[in-house]
Design a protein around this ligand. Sequence first.
Ligand SMILES: Nc1ncnc2c1ncn2[C@@H]1O[C@H](COP(=O)(O)OP(=O)(O)OP(=O)(O)O)[C@@H](O)[C@H]1O
Ligand SMILES: [Mg+2]
Length: 368
Amino acid sequence: MTAATAETAFPKAVDICLDGVSKEFGNQVVVAPLKLEIRQGEFFSLLGPSGCGKTTTLRMIAGLEAPTAGEITIRGKSMAGIPIEKRPTNMVFQKLALFPHLSVFDNIAFGLRLKRVGRAAIRSRVNSMLETVKLEGYEQRSIAQLSGGQQQRVAIARALINDPAVLLLDEPLGALDLQLQLHMQQELVRIQRASGTTFVYVTHNQQEALAMSDRVAVMNEGRFEQVDTPLALFHRPASEFVARFMGQTNVLTGNVTSIEGDEIRVSASGLTFDVGAGARRSIGRKVVLSVRPERLHLGSHVGANAVLPLVRAVFQGTTILYTFGLPNGEELNVSALAPSDAVPAIGESVGLHWQRNAAIALEPANGG
Ligand SMILES: Nc1ncnc2c1ncn2[C@@H]1O[C@H](COP(=O)(O)OP(=O)(O)OP(=O)(O)O)[C@@H](O)[C@H]1O
Ligand SMILES: [Mg+2]
């Protein structure tokens, strides 16, 4: 059997395993007991708001922080008591840890020199890394003579040059301008695929996580809300928190008014939606809905699901984000491709149309 068929026939081996790993600082629980398996060669992201415990989780994998409880295993080996330098991991930090007195070249070459790699090999590996991070011509500059974004790219090159089994990256693109960020996202994915290195990538930017990752763990207050593929997180969020975090969505609260087969009809903020019933099969039950702006469409009053006044329209380039007023004072966002001709006027009543299953039912954020 060839490697390729073996790869498709069997799931990839588990590379990193967290078994009940938690962290407390003083009596504050920063990371609740986590269970997680990251597969070999996976691009895995930890996504969540500031302070939710992403960096702390990454630092425990790196060996910079000891878990309060639980066990971390990498490639089948327990990491308990294994110091940073003996772990098959490298880390790119949120705050850079470059050597300010060394040149760009020497910063990148540092790990290879420690391994006593020959001069010619060092030169060629560093040059190809410089090309990868688009810093050709900067090799003799000192770190102090670089912009924040350029320093960030030196840090990425330095961490990758050793070809670690696992690369841990803590918001490595945060300091870059948007265009460079988007470019580096694609570069990182390309490098990750080419090297087969397992990436654990920390970010609070949902676009970044969706664009780059095989799977994403959405973190909230030290817990995993959902661990899933980007598509599943976007289309089947398990909770209100995940739905809100995955980009702009309308969150409406309503009640079940009727049940038909596998579907329930929900009346929310004066609008009616038919959604998959799941466990919410009783009339009158409270339901929280996520309605994505792109699932709603502008049209005529005839046959409309609702006719609502336009409150504002924001031109976003490819799309326009329309905001409509609901009878109860809430607002409803609708995203549509920007037409080249006129858009409805502010205050105008517009027919809105949607299909069955335009909404999905969520678990409320407060568990109620
Ligand atoms: N050494 C420490 N001692 C005490 N509290 C800490 C320590 N390190 C982190 N914390 C706290 O733990 C919580 C999680 O911090 P962490 O750095 O893991 O968050 P994060 O998700 O990486 O946030 P950000 O996106 O802002 O980087 C925060 O409330 C933080 O204040
Ligand atoms: Mg952090």
